[in-house]
Design a protein around this ligand. Structure first.
Ligand code: NAP
Length: 299
């Protein structure tokens, strides 16, 4: 396939691009810094900063992952605007590209997150669960709505609501590992908030599954079948690293230090991959213990 990718240089893209390349696909990348893309992802691609540069490129699929990091700074009004605009404007540029072309790609796989559902307590969350209204939901809903405008042109569109992506060399786990290795791992707040998670390898496999399964479209929860609470996550990571994690950071400390962004740590959704399981997708890392063992013990 000829595949156009946005966000290819990010944590997910850096694993996705080599995996797609290994399957023989040709990759095209939309990036703010096209000159450094090949060096950052380590495989040959054609990269441009303007979506219209791909107007005459034969494209079978688009994978849309670009967006400013939600953990990249306090959620001030202007930061919230950047979080929304960075996702919606890239997606709108893909819509404009599709409209300008003679032929449409067959499939769009577009990003979203567990934040779509907002805080859900311990309710089991499937793709059918109504969202809780809050900023994380609004951000994801506006990103998804922009992708749905491409779907309306006639492109099969799957929206991946991604859980916390785990691997060693990036994402949330990278800064946690040295802290836990020093025995400073801590439960956050009550520790009862759910953290849906996914090993990065399984997320790459889900994206490939969605590229190839022509029957799948709409929202697809992209997280492992066994979400854990923050307390279980803390215990499991400490156990895998053979370190204690006896500490607890009270919610008020995180709220004072991080403001509204502390909701990323103190609230969550018990998201399950109901639609993927229904299609028989087999997770390589269904449990957190197995995922963390593989990540920590990788040579
Ligand atoms: N990692 C997770 O745990 C997780 C969980 C849920 C959802 N997600 C979502 O999945 C997507 C991929 O995740 P990731 O961890 O790979 O993200 P990432 O490492 O933060 O990378 C995202 C990419 O987006 C582009 N980008 C960054 N800021 C931008 C801006 N202001 N405007 C336009 N583009 C910008 C960058 O590409 P260029 O520099 O090449 O332009 C960057 O490499 C993200 O949108 C993220 O929100 C991730």
């Amino acid at each position: 396939m000829n595949i156009l990718i946005t966000g290819a240089t990010g944590f997910v893209g850096q694993a996705l691009c080599p995996a797609l390349k290994a399957q023989g696909h040709s990759l095209y990348v939309l990036s703010r810094t096209p000159a450094s893309v090949v060096e950052r992802i380590g495989v040959e691609v054609e990269a441009h900063s303007d979506a219209m540069a791909f107007r005459d490129t034969p494209l079978d699929a688009i994978i849309n992952l670009a967006g400013a990091s939600i953990a990249g700074g306090p959620w001030t009004a202007s930061r919230k605007q950047t979080l929304v605009d960075s996702r919606v404007s890239v997606t709108e540029s893909l819509e404009a590209l599709c409209k300008a072309r003679d032929t449409l790609p067959q499939v769009l796989i577009s990003g979203s997150a567990m934040g779509y559902y907002g805080n859900q307590g311990d309710t089991v969350v499937t793709e059918q669960t109504p969202p809780h209204q809050e900023f994380a939901h609004e951000l994801c809903a506006r990103w998804e709505a922009a992708a749905q405008r491409i779907e309306a042109l006639g492109v099969r569109t799957a929206i991946i609501r991604i859980g916390l992506v785990l691997d060693r060399d990036g994402g949330s786990l990278k800064p946690m590992l040295p802290v836990y290795r020093c025995g400073l791992g801590a439960t956050l707040g009550s520790g009862t908030q759910y953290m849906p998670w996914i090993h990065r390898t399984d997320l790459v496999r889900i994206i490939m599954h969605l590229l190839n399964d022509g029957a799948l479209s709409g929202p697809v929860n992209s997280s492992a079948p066994h979400p854990v609470t923050n307390r279980e996550f803390t215990k499991t990571l400490a156990r895998v690293l053979h370190r204690p994690a006896p500490w607890r950071i009270p919610a008020f400390v995180l709220k004072t230090a991080m403001g509204e962004m502390s909701r990323l740590l103190l609230t969550g959704a018990r998201m399950t991959p109901a639609r993927l399981e229904h299609t028989g997708f087999a997770f390589e890392y269904p449990t957190l213990e197995k995922a963390l063992q593989a990540i920590v013990n990788r040579a």
